[in-house]
Design a protein around this ligand. Sequence first.
Ligand SMILES: Cc1cc2nc3c(=O)[nH]c(=O)nc-3n(C[C@H](O)[C@H](O)[C@H](O)COP(=O)(O)OP(=O)(O)OC[C@H]3O[C@@H](n4cnc5c(N)ncnc54)[C@H](O)[C@@H]3O)c2cc1C
Length: 349
Amino acid sequence: MKIDYLIIGQGLAGSLLSLALIEKGYQVMVIDDNHQSAATKFAAGVINPITGKRLVRTWNNDTHHDQSISHYIELEKQFKTKCLHNHALVRFLRSDIEKDAFSKKQTDPNYSAHLNQIIQPKQFTDHFTDAETGFVLPSVYQLDTPTFLKSAKQKLIANNAYLNTTFQYSDILEKDTYIQYGEITAQSIIFCEGYKSVSNPWFHHLPFENAKGEILTVKCTTLPSNTIFNNGKWLCPTSSPGTYRYGTTSYWEFQNNNPEEAGTTLLKESLSKWIKHPTQIDRIDAGVRPILKNRRPIYGFHPNHPRIGLINGLGGQGTLLAPLVIQAFTKALETDSNIPLTELPSIKG
Ligand SMILES: Cc1cc2nc3c(=O)[nH]c(=O)nc-3n(C[C@H](O)[C@H](O)[C@H](O)COP(=O)(O)OP(=O)(O)OC[C@H]3O[C@@H](n4cnc5c(N)ncnc54)[C@H](O)[C@@H]3O)c2cc1C
């Protein structure tokens, strides 16, 4: 089988890259191990404009946000499946740092449009403790990541571009003019393997700071629908009514991507202190965010192995950033097949 690109991993990066390349007329094959280590599978998929204790804007220019949203809307049309949802986001402010940042930023013209809907004193106190102070973002996008992955996989299968197996580095044959992997002859191979790139023989030298996080799937039928709640941890609706994902933890020392007891207990305790309704925990999962030291995504080819490339470092905001990375990468590939490793410029506000 002769193809242009062999892509390893069908998370957010591999799905978007492979579908963009197919759209441009390239022959592609994606190898994935059924999402055994996919961060995407457990991501909340929230494209949150204001993040962190200091309430920092995630992007400085709405064009980036709109570019990313349009990318998903275009894919939804191809999938004939809804993956992107629009919700209100309620952000509760608890610490002095958060309250201080809020009062300063309310009068900042770069922020005021986002921060002008203040929570009414009793608006959410029936549902949550510590819920008197905060603001509402009336329209925030959330990618339904499990539906997205499933739809992308179906489209790849329909294009004969998907192989469900575990990729082995040792089986690669690197030649001057092509890459051989079993029966596949490809012009290039591009690794989109998420945090597993720490063990990649060509890229393990990159300054990874991958962060693991647990996430609970929780049933609760008494909360307002179509709303994401955030008190430092978030409670996000899923495609199943009355079911939410609650998370997440974040730590840098770990052995694997299985849920750990300490993280799980922390989440269970913080949820039960916060929510006033009965809840039932249906699932406990964990994922590892692929992060590089400077928190910027990276794409391109190895300096000494021009047929071996990667996309990595999507971090905790992969949903917003992945379409921007893919658009930059595929545009560069149109004029040059040997793109050096390139960081996506920062879009932070
Ligand atoms: C708990 C949690 C919550 C998050 N919440 C958000 C959020 O709200 N908003 C947001 O924007 N981002 C969020 N993120 C971050 C987001 O999930 C990531 O940025 C993004 O999913 C990374 O995508 P990726 O394609 O690079 O990696 P992955 O999704 O990890 O994909 C890699 C794929 O490669 C496969 N693979 C790896 N090695 C092999 C092999 N040898 N053979 C075959 N297949 C292989 C894996 O199984 C997987 O399917 C969250 C992450 C976590 C963990």
